[in-house]
Ligand binder design. Structure first.
Ligand SMILES: [Zn+2]
Ligand SMILES: [Zn+2]
Length: 137
């Protein structure tokens, strides 16, 4: 699967299978996306390949967070896949995919307790107030 930012300077390729696809309603994801929640796909670092524009990628590591960081295009500001601090997992903002299909569906909503007060319910996904318990893969 292929993805890119809004200005198309940065392009990447993902190799399935994906570990998990979920919506995150935490306050950090609200800030980073400017929206009600992030739509995040989780993969291993080796499943991501930058095809172009790697020099255009900015990174911000949230100081108080164990894993949280974010990456973005320095030219257009779009969110981009980011590797967690100190780990092998890469979080891919699903909205940056160029060839997603309806077969790719989120499984659940997490950090539901932190959801924006103005959020209007639109789905019947399973919800976890914080981070869900680890699940066998
Ligand atoms: Zn861009
Ligand atoms: Zn989040």
């Amino acid at each position: 699967m292929y993805g890119s930012c809004l200005c198309s300077k940065v392009k990447y390729q993902l190799t399935p299978p994906f570990k998990l696809f979920q919506y995150c309603h935490c306050s950090r994801c609200q800030k980073v996306t400017g929206s009600a929640h992030a739509a995040n796909i989780y993969i291993k670092a080796e499943q991501l390949e930058w095809l172009q524009g790697a020099d255009q990628i900015g990174r911000f590591e949230y100081p108080d967070a164990k894993y949280y960081a974010t990456q973005f295009c320095k030219n257009c500001g779009s969110n981009l896949p980011w590797q967690v601090k100190g780990g092998d997992t890469v979080v891919v903002p699903a909205g940056t995919l160029d060839d997603a299909t309806s077969e790719l569906k989120p499984k659940q909503s997490i950090h539901w307790r932190s959801r924006a007060p103005w959020y209007e319910e639109t789905s019947s996904l399973c919800k976890f107030d914080d981070t869900p318990p680890r699940q066998p893969q």
